[in-house]
Design a protein. Sequence first.
Length: 483
Amino acid sequence: MSRVIVFVFDGLQKELVTEELMPNLKEFTSKGVRFLSHQPVFPTVTRVNSATMVTGCFPATHGLMGNTAIVPEFSKTEPMNTYLKDHFVELIDKGGDPLLVPTLAQSMATLNLQYTAIGIGSTGQSFVHHPYLSDEEYGSTIHPEYSIPERLNDEIISKFGPWPEASRPNTSRIERMIDICIDFALVEQQADVTFLWCSEPDGSQHGTLLGSDTVFESVKAADKGFGRLLSWIEDNDMQDEIDIIVTCDHGHSSAEKIIPINEMLLEANFAPPGMPDGVTVADNGGALLFYIEGKDFETGQSLIQWLFSQYWSGPLLAADYLQEIPGVLPTSLVGLDGVRGPDIALSFAWNENANLNGVKGFSYVASGREGCGQHGSMNPTELRTFTVANGPGFLKDVSISSVSGHPDIAPTIMYLLGHSPPSHMEGEILYEALSSQKEPKSGRIENISYSSQNEIASDQYSQQLIISPRENGGYIVSAEYSH
């Protein structure tokens, strides 16, 4: 049994992994398993993909649908902002569960294994690793603003000093995260799994143009921290004891234009949230989740027809009760149904234009800064990850082309720890990447194409999704649409 480190570079684009910008990750990649088709779940935002990684389930099962989403126990008309730990705590106070299935930390606790998460992103992202407040049996979560269990916060500050202020690039906090990882998680706690969430380059990309000097400095800082961790492992002769999985939660594109969706809905005479047949929309950057009061079919039909007619609309998914409307595809294809699923999920439209730095990919968005980085949609530049793995449990210098995704991370970790994944996990063990297998497998599940059309006045809306299906969901391999 090995120990496992997961290192997430939030929002990392594969084009940034160069010898000049990220030499440590570049070398690490050349020696390990390269997952060429490892997909995020939709919407391509942080908290839903974080929850997916730590549960091994699609959103329909774990219940966290986006960075913002309607969670009925929290509010039936106000989207819950999962960026904030405080909103999760409020949900718990109201009797709701942040996640509907056990986390990896919970599954490991039943086996007396230690899980430690250290994150320098949002308070909400770190919270999904350990959404049980004071329950110490489920491992530890460490964040600059809090720790779980709570007593750990003072202990960390006593050992390492106060956290540096956040910045762009977030260099000082990256350095502190690595300090805590090495001296506390790996040495003192002897953690079986250490899950590191680096806020860069995502934090810098949201505030500046993709391909800017700030973004370059951010990945240099992140790579330096990663390199320090690798050096410590080598200096302590632990290369044969620790498996390392590197990934990112989503890609990025540039924000083409901000669409004022709430104002537009009112102008189109849709009733506001809380009113009969009212429409609530949850902003997920490059994606929108719609919730219809009373699940009224006629309102859903009118809303879908209106969305089809908008130039900024891309692929559109709908709940089962709306499937007879021409042009829609089911939310269940991507695991976005379930008890907390939206009635309608829309990806904004995108294009392949390049920004001033030559970085291709723009998307319409509901929030962010025009011209700067954003994500959430099915844009190919967002619907991808950079994922590699290295260590005694993995093959050496191999590229894997078969489709995998974030639900596969947790069951693979359980396997590396020497245990079978619990039955609730929907992802699959990545056998084709493991050194215990004689040769890599390929083409795990055949991709399936789904398409639909809708006549809009004298025009036609159409969409096509290529899905690699899984239990209770599927990975979007590609997405196309036209008006």
